[in-house]
Design a protein around this ligand. Structure first.
Ligand code: PMP
Length: 354
């Protein structure tokens, strides 16, 4: 830290992204990326947009906003595109949290939430998940605080029904409820259809997972017009050109190819079912994941030891040190071939132990 760094950030512990090693070729099952390339239409559109990079991109992101609204069956003024969904989540912390509206979220959830709270000097409370890692809906009723729920949750993969989220929305009418649907396309139930009914609902989604665009950084928020206006105020006060021209074009290309996205989601779900069954046969216990990852534990392989052993054999998975989940690992669903190598390698590790 330099002697110039503002005291307000001196104790900030930044978010740690999953490792992106460059030293050797790994089977990467650690950051919930898609195993499939982006749609060819996205790649072509991005290449074409590169020819005009001397120009600023459209700050209103009009065509892409219309295309996203069209996909969701909402109006363009109910959508705001951002630089990954991380940006809209940060905007929501900026817009809807302060000392009179503290943030609240589960103790085991997306690790960026506490960091967003801290950088925005927002007080926050973490509500413990239940023993079985589910979110206790009753714990979120009538809190009168700004609620952040990843649905499906990460890294547990477990989903809440729309009806359960609706109970939370109804009982907190005077505060915003943010539903982070980064993984919804792999089997969750979206709350987008509720945005007109609840003016306190903000849903966030991303192009990073189901649409294979993590490297392009594209996400969005969907909510009541007034909420989107607030978030635009934050956007135009921080970074009006938050979506670069190539990403904007790639997003449009992807949305023009919905069959490709749908087919990839189906394959990920099939590979998830294959991996779940194979790991269960090897003695693992898994949560009921509706995402592009599984969350697994084995009585003979503590989370950290399995992580290290697989790493030494060229397979990266994600281990978290939080004591409540230290026995678990989060494993991204890759291609079928990658998942077969994972299962084979774990089988060999188990045989070595005998
Ligand atoms: N929410 C959750 C629950 C996530 O796991 C992630 C990805 N790590 C994000 C949001 C942010 O994703 P992105 O910024 O790539 O859209």
């Amino acid at each position: 830290m330099s002697r110039f760094f503002s005291g307000k950030f001196s104790s900030l512990v930044p978010y740690t992204p999953g490792e992106q090693p460059k030293d050797r070729q790994f089977i990467k099952l650690n950051t919930n990326e898609s195993p499939f390339p982006p749609s060819e239409k996205a790649r072509e559109a991005a290449a074409e947009a590169a020819e005009q990079l001397q120009l600023y991109p459209d700050p209103e992101c009009r065509r892409l906003t219309e295309a996203v609204a069209n996909m969701l069956g909402v109006r363009p003024d109910e959508v705001l595109l951002t630089n990954g969904s991380d940006e809209i989540l940060n905007f929501a912390f900026m817009a809807y949290c302060d000392s009179t509206h503290p943030a609240v979220f589960p103790d085991i959830t997306y690790g960026f939430y506490p960091v967003f709270a801290k950088i925005n000097t927002v007080p926050y409370e973490e509500i413990p998940l239940r023993e079985d890692f589910t979110i206790g809906v009753r714990d979120y009723l009538s809190l009168d605080k700004t609620i952040f729920i990843a649905n499906p949750n990460a890294p547990t993969g477990i989903t809440l029904s729309r009806a359960d989220i609706e109970k939370i929305l109804k009982s907190n009418p005077d505060t915003v409820v943010v539903v982070d649907e980064a993984y919804v396309d792999f089997g969750g139930e979206s709350c987008v259809p509720l945005i007109r009914k609840y003016d306190n609902l903000l849903v966030t989604q991303t192009f990073s997972k189901s649409r294979s665009m993590a490297g392009a950084r594209l996400g969005f928020g969907v909510g009541n017009r007034a909420l989107i206006q607030d978030l635009n105020t934050i956007k135009y006060s921080t970074n009006p050109y938050n979506i670069n021209a190539m990403t904007m074009a790639a997003g449009l290309g992807t949305l023009s190819d919905p069959d490709y996205t749908a087919a990839n989601c189906r394959t990920v779900i099939e590979n998830r079912e294959y991996t779940t069954r194979a790991l269960e046969n090897l003695g693992f216990t898994l949560t009921d994941s509706r995402t592009n990852f599984v969350f697994a534990t084995h009585p003979a392989f503590p989370g950290d030891s399995l992580y290290k052993k697989l790493r030494a054999r060229g397979i990266l998975i994600r281990h978290f040190t939080h004591p409540k989940i230290a026995d678990y690992n989060r494993i991204t669903i890759g291609s079928r071939a990658e998942m077969e190598v994972l299962v084979k390698t774990i089988t060999e590790l188990m045989e070595e132990r005998k």
